[in-house]
Design a protein around this ligand. Structure first.
Ligand code: HEC
Length: 251
């Protein structure tokens, strides 16, 4: 860590829900500066044009039911760009990322929406996109989702929103299912994940729009948790470890 950055203690970050936001705010105070979209020109073969967020959300929501979370989140951004820019968006094989659904084929790791968003950001912004996907993950973990409301539900109306406190498909989907009282293979859960896909695609496009205008400032310090704990990790230690949180040899 550079000397002018704020040192966040393990204690600041460990204590339960809400701690992430506090830690992130502290870290972002000393976070990376302004990133200009103009600086990124020439770094990518995927030129970006500002997107209409409603179109992004609708495209992702509707595509979900045949392509699932990762493909549809990426599609929510790429399909409007196919219309605005053409190639290379047109020839990009979106089916190459369908495997990430269910946190990689039902293994419950990272939510596929985040993998789809990260892939889109990476192709568009290259390494300048690293803080953007970092912000998308933090936003996903810290908000009650889904926010998106379709004009008419494709599979089912749903009642609940929930905060995952985690980027994991397993925890995010499981928490929502418990609240809603439905199983995984139900129309309600499908509609929930379609709406979350729309949310993540829209939030990603919002940050990319700001980046393209040269107005994007990272909200969270990349690798903050890994640096604070000495191990790549999400912040919700007690969810899995209870009160008995292990220490790393190096942290
Ligand atoms: C999604 C569940 C989950 C979360 C969240 C999580 N861990 Fe873990 N962690 C595990 C599992 C499972 C292991 C393997 C435990 C074992 O092998 O005994 C592990 C292992 C570790 C280890 C390796 C040493 C050991 O005793 O196993 C450390 C250190 C650790 N976790 C710290 C943390 C900290 C600190 C946090 C929060 C910042 C955290 N973990 C959040 C599930 C989690």
């Amino acid at each position: 860590m550079k000397s002018n950055e704020t040192r966040v203690t393990r204690r600041d970050l460990i204590i339960g829900a809400g701690s992430f936001a506090a830690g992130a705010a502290l870290l972002s105070a000393a976070g990376p500066g302004f990133i200009s979209g103009a600086e990124a020109k020439g770094t990518t073969k995927y030129p970006y044009k500002k997107l209409d967020l409603d179109e992004v959300g609708k495209t992702a929501y509707e595509r979900y039911f045949t392509k699932f979370c990762a493909n549809t989140t990426m599609g929510g951004i790429f399909i409007p760009l196919q219309k605005k820019v053409g190639d290379p968006y047109v020839s990009f094989p979106l089916d190459a990322i369908t495997w990430a659904h269910g946190g990689i084929m039902g293994w419950g790791t990272a939510c596929g929406t985040l993998i789809g968003a990260g892939m889109a950001i990476g192709l568009i912004a290259g390494e300048q996109g690293d803080p953007i996907i970092n912000d998308v993950v933090a936003w996903y973990a810290n908000n009650e989702l889904p926010i998106y409301k379709p004009a008419k539900a494709i599979k089912a109306d749903i009642k609940n929103v929930s905060k995952s406190d985690s980027p994991l498909c397993h925890i995010s989907t499981g928490r929502w299912m418990k609240k809603e009282g439905v199983g995984f293979f139900t129309p309600e859960r499908l509609d929930r994940c379609a709406r979350v896909s729309a949310d993540v695609a829209m939030h990603t496009a919002k940050l990319l729009n700001a980046w393209a205008e040269g107005k994007y400032t990272p909200a969270n310090q990349p690798l903050a948790n890994a640096k604070a704990f000495g191990l790549p990790v999400q912040n919700n230690c007690t969810d899995c470890h209870g009160s008995n949180i292990p220490k790393t040899p190096g942290a």
